[in-house]
Design a protein around this ligand. Structure first.
Ligand SMILES: NC(=O)c1ccc[n+]([C@@H]2O[C@H](COP(=O)([O-])OP(=O)(O)OC[C@H]3O[C@@H](n4cnc5c(N)ncnc54)[C@H](O)[C@@H]3O)[C@@H](O)[C@H]2O)c1
Length: 308
């Protein structure tokens, strides 16, 4: 019986982005194969506190993440991830800021690998907050970038992130823009990671062939993408029940009649039976517990040297 506590730095040292992407991909395939028991997360105080449990049936292991969300502080999202092994009574408690950023990047990496054009190399990243760096790292892991343009309504944040990523993503030309429409116009891949309540750019600003990741909106009152894009694109989502309840993009486009529920393809299904994508593709994620489980399982395997 062991309980191990891992700080953010330890999480980062144990799980590189490439491994996180592979782990999250495997977990979504297992999800559609019925291996996970995963209720829709509980949102208290209109998303101010989130509780996310998941149980992996074949191994009798489980994970619970608890988060508190407050956009008036930085980081906006904090909490803990707890992984448990029922047979061995082993537990890992890890910092949720790092796990969340890592797994949210990783799922965008999985979707980008599946949906983005083969030679895509120019990324427009909108949002320069806590999730942003891992969004860029994950896209770069699956589609090596030549150009990265960062947009944030807070120009200082965009400049700070550009400095970090310039040092890290050697050979990538990193710039900052204050014009989201112009930035997406020159991109092969667009990643949106903001807390916006209104679309970040109009459909007409996008190139004809583009893949768009949207991770920011997790309440029906928030959205980053225009309805017209949702209506036109091949739309892959993390989990149907979750986006129907929480994604402003999905709820708004359904209400406007630009999409039907049947148009939405779950990531696990898309991985096992890849869709023939339209020229524009969208990946919408609100974040589900199985992503955190995937990272927690890796952490447990490494930190406890247990068989999981
Ligand atoms: N899908 C998921 O699994 C998942 C996981 C974590 C966070 N999130 C969500 O993603 C969003 C970003 O998270 P974060 O932790 O980086 O938040 P954050 O508060 O650290 O950063 C958000 C950034 O978006 C910028 N922004 C907001 N509106 C904008 C706009 N209209 N145009 C340009 N920039 C704008 C802000 O200036 C800020 O820099 C939040 O809404 C968060 O709840 C989703």
């Amino acid at each position: 019986m062991t309980t191990q506590v891992l700080t953010a730095d330890e999480v980062r040292a144990l799980v590189p982005m490439g491994e996180a992407i592979d782990a999250v991909r495997d977990a979504f395939v297992s999800l559609v194969e019925g291996e996970f028991e995963q209720p829709t997360r509980t949102a208290l105080r209109d998303g101010g506190f989130l509780v996310m449990p998941v149980h992996h049936r074949p191994t009798a292991t489980a994970m619970v993440k608890t988060l508190s969300v407050n956009f008036d502080r930085s980081p906006a999202i904090t909490g803990t991830v707890m992984w448990s092994d029922a047979a061995r009574a082993d537990h890992v408690i890890a910092d949720a800021v790092s796990v969340t950023a890592l797994r949210t990047g990783a799922i965008s990496g999985v979707a980008t690998d599946l949906l983005a054009p083969a030679g895509a190399s120019r990324l427009a990243l909108i949002g320069a907050g806590a999730q942003a760096a891992d969004q860029a790292r994950a896209v770069h892991a699956v589609r090596p970038l030549t150009h990265l343009v960062i947009v944030d309504r807070d120009g200082n944040r965009a400049e700070e992130l550009a400095e970090v990523l310039r040092a890290e993503l050697v050979g990538v030309r990193v710039s900052v823009s204050s014009d989201a429409a112009q930035a997406v116009g020159g991109a092969d891949i667009v990643s949106c990671a903001t807390s916006s309540k209104t679309p970040l750019f109009p459909l007409a600003a996008l190139p004809q062939r583009v893949h768009v990741n949207a991770i920011g909106a997790f309440r029906p009152t928030m959205r980053e993408l225009p309805d017209a894009l949702m209506g036109e694109a091949t739309v892959v989502v993390d989990e149907l029940d979750a986006v129907l309840e929480e994604s402003g993009e999905v709820v708004h486009a359904l209400d406007a009649g630009t999409i039907a529920k049947e148009d939405l393809i779950e990531l696990g299904r898309a991985l096992t039976d890849p869709p023939r994508p339209t020229e524009r593709t969208v990946f919408k994620t609100v974040g589900v517990a199985v992503q955190d489980y995937a990272i927690a399982r890796l952490l447990a395997a490494k930190a406890l040297t247990a068989r999981v």
